[in-house]
Design a protein around this ligand. Structure first.
Ligand SMILES: [Zn+2]
Length: 104
């Protein structure tokens, strides 16, 4: 049984690898921007993923994949709704805290 910390760490590696893989395939993606359907920010297409009609930036992919792995969300619609009313802020804070810790 993995701890939440281990799952978050694993997801960070997987999601970071998606950017690397995308840029290996097409380096121009780094400069191709789109508006993320989840956070609403202008983000690079590199490392973005489309889920059920929503294109998510790499940062949101990390939140989504971690949310799925930790059973905090069951589908992307739930994440999109949660981002809107900030219900997932706690999860995001948790991920950020883990990021800080693993950077130390
Ligand atoms: Zn986003």
């Amino acid at each position: 049984m993995k701890s939440e910390e281990e799952i978050v760490k694993e997801m960070q590696e997987v999601v970071a690898q998606m950017v690397i893989d995308d840029l290996e395939e097409d380096p121009s993606l780094e400069f191709e921007m789109f508006e993320c359907d989840c956070c609403g920010k202008e983000k690079s297409l590199a490392g973005s993923i489309e889920y059920a009609g929503y294109r998510l930036c790499n940062d949101c992919v990390l939140i989504a994949e971690t949310g799925f792995a930790l059973n905090k969300i069951k589908d992307i619609q739930e994440l999109i709704d949660a981002m809107e009313d900030k219900r997932l802020e706690k999860l995001c804070d948790f991920i950020r805290a883990e990021e800080k810790r693993s950077n130390n």
